[in-house]
Write a protein that binds this ligand. Structure first.
Ligand code: NDP
Ligand code: BG6
Length: 500
C-alpha cells in the first residue's frame, strides 16, 4: 500500500452537498484504514461563516453514519480539519487563503508544500479559481506538488469545455489536472479492464466477429431530488451520457494498453472515443429517444412528475431519459450496435453492461437455442453473470438457458473502496490513470454536441410514467432490430419487468 505524501487538501465548496455527502466521508474512511498520510490537513473553503470548531461540528453529523469502532478516531480525524471563509470569486480573498495555507504547511513535518485543491463549487467558478490561485503563486510546484481536482460538469457543451480547458491550462499543466468522473472510481468499472485483458478466454471473442450487440444501462430510481435547479439546465445527456456512460463504453471497447499507467491507458481511451461514429441528424431522428418522467403511482408511492420537482420550470423540456443507438467506427467494432440508456425514475437503480454474443451458425437444437450473454453488473449487487445453454435433463436434446454468477459481495474480507475514496487516494498519490484527460473529455463533447443541437432544434421529447423503463419509443430502438432491452429486476418487489 502506497501512503501519500504529507499534504494540505483544500476543498472549495466545503459547505456544499458534495463535500458533506461524499468527500468528507471518503477522506474519513481513508483515514480509518490508514491510507492517508500520518500528517495532513483538510482546509474547507466557502462563503458561509464557520469557525474551525463549528465546521467540525457540521462534519461530525455527516460522519455519524460511518461505522467507527473507536469514537476517538472521529475526534482525531476532525482535529485535521480547518475552515476558511472567503469568496473564491474575487481575487482579493486569496491572500487569506495563502496565509492560512502558510500556517497549515508550517505545522506539517515536511518543508514541501504539497497541496491538493478540490473544486466542488458551482461550475461557473471552475474558470475563476485556478486563475486566482495562480495570481497568488499557489499553483507553483517549486516547493511541492500542486494538484487540482475538478468536478463535473466540465463545460456545458463543446465550445465551453474547450474554453474552460484553454483557460485552466494557462495556470495548471495537464499533469496537475484531475478531472473526476466518479464512474471510473467504481471497482466494477475498473474491473472491465482486468476482466478483459487478463482472461485469455474472453479476449479472442471481444470483437465484431463474435459480439452481436452491446447494451449499456445507467438506470436510477431516484428523481432529481433537490438538484432540480442544476439538472433543469443540464439534462440526462450532459449529466450522465457525456461522461459516465461514455467512459464505461470506452472501458468496454478500448484496445489493451501497453501498461497500466496513466499515459498508456488514457491514450487508448482517447483513441476509442475519437472513433465514435459521428451522429448525423438523420441518425438522431432514428436512433435517439429523449424522455421526461411524469407523475405516477409506483408500488404504492405517489411520485411527482419532473415538472413538479423543486427548481424545475413548469414548461421544462429537459430530458430525464436518453436512449441511443450508436457505433464505434474501428476495426474491432465496425457495425456492432451499442444501445445506451440512462434515466431517472426508472423502476430500479442499476448500472450494467450486457454483451450479447452471436448465436451459433446452425440451430442444431431448434430455433429457441439459448443466447450467450455476459452481464457485467456495475451496481448494485456488483458482479458478473454469464448465461449459456445446457442440455435439459431428460429425453431428447432440448437446450435450456442457465447461468453462472459471480458476486463481489461473496468475496470474503474484501474492503471495496467507494468511488470517491479510490479517486481521492489516486490523486493524492499522483496517479491520474482513472481521471479523464483533456483530449478524452473533448472527444465526448464532440460526440454529444450534435445531440444537444438536435434536441434544441427539433428533438421530440416523450413522457414516461415514473417507475417504467422510459418511453415506449426507446423499446422500438431495439424492436426495430428484432432485439429487446434486458430488464434487470434487482431491487424490485414487483417482478413484472423481470428477466431472470
Ligand atoms: P452545492 O450548491 O451544495 O455547494 C456549492 C458550494 O460552493 C457551497 O459550499 C458554496 O458555499 C460554495 N460556493 C458557491 N459560491 C462560492 C463563492 N463565490 N466562493 C466560495 N464558495 C462558494 O453544490 P454541490 O456540493 O452539490 O456540487 C458542487 C459541484 O460538484 C457542482 O459543480 C456539482 O455539479 C458537482 N457535483 C455534485 C454532485 C453531488 O452529488 N452533489 C455529484 C457530481 C458533481 P457557500 O454558499 O458557503 O459559499
Ligand atoms: C452524478 C449525476 O454524476 O451521478 C447524478 O450528476 C446521478 O444525477 C449520479 O444521480 C449517479 O451516480 P451513481 O454513482 O449513483 O450511479
Amino acid at each position: 500500500m502506497v501512503i501519500p505524501d504529507s499534504c494540505c487538501i483544500v476543498i472549495f465548496g466545503a459547505s456544499g452537498d458534495l463535500t458533506y455527502r461524499k468527500l468528507i466521508p471518503a477522506f474519513f474512511n481513508l483515514y480509518l484504514y490508514q491510507q492517508l498520510p500520518s500528517e495532513f490537513s483538510i482546509l474547507g473553503v466557502g462563503r458561509s461563516e464557520y469557525s474551525d470548531q463549528s465546521y467540525r461540528e457540521k462534519l461530525r453529523l455527516a460522519l455519524l453514519e460511518e461505522k467507527v469502532e473507536d469514537p476517538s478516531q472521529l475526534e482525531r480525524f476532525l482535529d485535521h480539519v480547518f475552515y476558511q471563509a472567503m469568496d473564491t470569486a474575487g481575487v482579493a480573498d486569496y491572500a487569506k487563503l495563502k496565509q492560512r495555507l502558510d500556517e497549515l504547511h508550517a505545522s506539517l513535518p515536511t518543508a514541501l508544500r504539497n497541496t491538493l485543491y478540490y473544486l466542488a463549487t458551482p461550475p461557473s467558478l471552475y474558470r475563476v479559481i485556478p486563475a486566482n490561485l495562480a495570481a497568488h503563486g499557489l499553483n507553483r510546484e517549486d516547493d511541492g506538488w500542486k494538484r487540482l481536482i475538478i468536478e463535473k460538469p466540465y463545460g456545458y457543451d463543446l465550445a465551453s469545455s474547450r474554453e474552460l480547458d484553454k483557460e485552466t491550462h494557462l495556470h495548471f499543466q495537464e499533469q496537475q489536472l484531475y478531472r473526476i468522473d466518479h464512474y471510473l472510481g467504481k471497482e466494477t468499472v475498473q474491473n472491465l479492464l482486468v476482466f478483459r485483458f487478463s482472461n485469455g478466454m474472453f479476449e479472442p471473442l471481444w470483437n465484431r466477429n463474435f459480439i452481436d450487440y452491446v447494451e449499456i444501462t445507467g438506470a436510477e430510481f431516484l428523481g432529481v431530488e433537490q438538484r432540480g435547479g442544476y439538472y433543469d439546465g443540464a439534462g440526462a445527456v450532459r449529466d450522465m451520457l457525456q461522461n459516465h456512460l461514455l467512459q464505461v463504453l470506452a472501458m468496454v471497447t478500448m484496445e489493451p494498453p501497453a501498461t497500466i499507467d496513466a499515459d498508456s491507458t488514457r491514450d487508448e481511451v482517447a483513441k476509442v472515443l475519437h472513433s465514435l461514429q459521428p451522429l448525423s441528424d438523420s441518425d438522431l431522428a432514428k436512433h435517439l429517444v429523449l424522455g421526461q418522467y411524469t407523475a405516477s403511482s409506483f408500488q404504492g408511492q405517489q411520485l411527482p412528475g419532473y415538472r413538479e420537482e423543486p427548481g424545475v420550470a413548469d414548461e421544462s423540456r429537459t430530458e430525464t431519459y436518453v436512449g441511443l443507438k450508436m457505433f464505434v467506427n474501428n476495426w474491432r467494432w465496425s457495425e456492432v450496435p451499442f444501445y445506451v440508456r440512462t434515466g431517472k425514475r426508472l423502476p430500479t437503480r442499476v448500472s450494467e453492461v450486457v454483451i450479447h454474443f452471436k448465436r451459433t451458425p446452425h440451430p442444431v437444437f431448434g430455433q429457441n437455442a439459448p443466447e450467450n450473454k455476459l452481464i457485467i453488473r456495475i451496481q448494485p449487487d456488483e458482479g458478473i453473470l454469464i448465461s449459456f445453454g445446457l442440455k435439459e435433463p431428460g429425453a431428447g436434446f432440448n437446450a435450456k438457458q442457465v447461468s453462472m454468477d459471480f458476486r463481489y459481495g461473496e468475496m470474503e474480507e474484501t474492503r471495496m473502496l467507494s468511488a470517491y475514496e479510490r479517486l481521492l487516494l489516486d490523486a493524492l498519490n499522483g496517479d491520474a490513470t482513472l481521471f479523464a484527460r483533456s483530449d478524452a473529455v473533448e472527444a465526448c463533447w464532440k460526440f454529444v454536441q450534435p445531440i444537444l443541437d438536435f434536441k434544441q432544434q427539433e428533438g421530440a421529447l416523450y413522457g414516461y410514467a415514473c417507475g417504467t423503463w422510459g418511453p415506449k419509443e426507446a423499446d422500438e430502438l431495439l424492436f426495430n432490430d428484432n432485439r429487446q432491452w434486458r430488464f434487470p429486476c434487482k431491487n424490485l418487489t414487483n417482478t413484472e419487468y423481470c428477466e431472470l
